[in-house]
Design a protein around this ligand. Structure first.
Ligand code: R5P
Length: 288
């Protein structure tokens, strides 16, 4: 087995290779220093993969990383790999998992269809709707990142976890079991891409250290609204914890209300403090 990492996921790919004690194959991402002037992607494998089971790790955010994933998958296939497992830690376009309005693309399925051209199977993490994986043309499985977050939160001696909305309950529940603390949940209504409203609810948080746990932090609107509610109800310390830290637009300003922000290495950012390499390595070991 060999591990290859796209440029969005090199540290995680190296971590997975280390966990599995297998070789990491370097990739050149530039043909000439500075890359192509028009921003097009370039990939070249710098080691052999012929007859190998190759694990290709690449997050599909931002968009150019999708192109890089397809180029790498094709290069690996053409170089004679015998099996290709795509690890897409953050599956961008996962939220467009159905046709909400006539004429729309089901973007998540479109990405999967193209992945299936060269990849035999897919592992991903905290995808918006895990149910959609069953409709993909190749076997696809969701791996949980919550053990990694739960372990980290346990080390911070947090008192309780909070799911900011219904969707996050499954994440908070799993992380709370690992951190060994209780969890509670809020109800959220999304007004627009930047604004959410939370249904008022009394929380037993006075004087406590609370971690808000979610799958994704995008604009930070969800976390900021929940964090303000926690502050208003007397929480002493507020941590924001997510699997995928996109941190777009006003996110940094929104997150100032939190004492600490932690994210995993599915998407790299200054808040990446937790690695999910052990979780993906275990899932790869379990492949048949
Ligand atoms: C929504 O269901 C997701 O779980 C996240 O809560 C959401 O994507 C976060 O977005 P934002 O940071 O922009 O509020």
């Amino acid at each position: 087995m060999k591990v290859v990492g796209g440029s969005a996921s090199v540290p995680l790919a190296r971590g997975i290779a280390r966990e599995l004690s297998v070789d990491f194959v370097d990739v050149a991402f530039e043909k000439h220093t500075g890359g192509f002037p028009d921003g097009e992607r370039y990939v070249r494998l710098l080691g052999p993969v012929s007859d190998e089971h190759v694990v290709l790790v690449q997050t599909t955010h931002p968009d150019a990383m999708i192109v890089e994933l397809f180029l790498l998958a094709n290069a690996i296939r053409d170089a004679g790999a015998q099996r290709l497992t795509a690890v897409v830690p953050y599956f961008g376009y996962g939220r467009q998992d159905k046709r909400f309005l006539d004429g729309e693309a089901v973007s998540a399925k479109t990405i999967a269809k193209h992945l299936a051209v060269d990849c035999d199977e897919l592992l991903t993490m905290a995808i918006h709707n895990a149910g959609i994986l069953k409709t993909f043309p190749i076997p696809a499985r969701e791996v949980s990142g919550m053990p990694a977050i739960g372990r980290y939160l346990k080390s911070t001696k947090v008192d309780m976890l909070l799911a900011p909305d219904d969707n996050a309950i499954r994440f908070a529940k799993e992380a709370s079991a690992i951190a060994g603390v209780p969890f509670d949940a809020l109800e959220k209504e999304r007004i627009d891409s930047y604004t959410v409203k939370i249904t008022p609810k009394a929380l037993a948080v006075r004087g406590k250290s609370v971690a808000i746990v979610d799958d994704v932090i995008s604009t930070g609107g969800t976390i900021a609204t929940a964090a303000k509610e926690l502050r208003a109800q007397g929480a002493r310390h507020v941590i924001a914890a997510c699997v995928h830290g996109l941190f777009v637009g006003p996110a940094e300003a929104n997150l100032k209300v939190c004492d600490d922000v932690i994210a995993t290495d599915t998407v790299l950012s200054p808040h990446t403090k937790v690695s999910v390499a052990p979780e993906f390595a275990a899932a790869i070991r379990a492949l048949h």
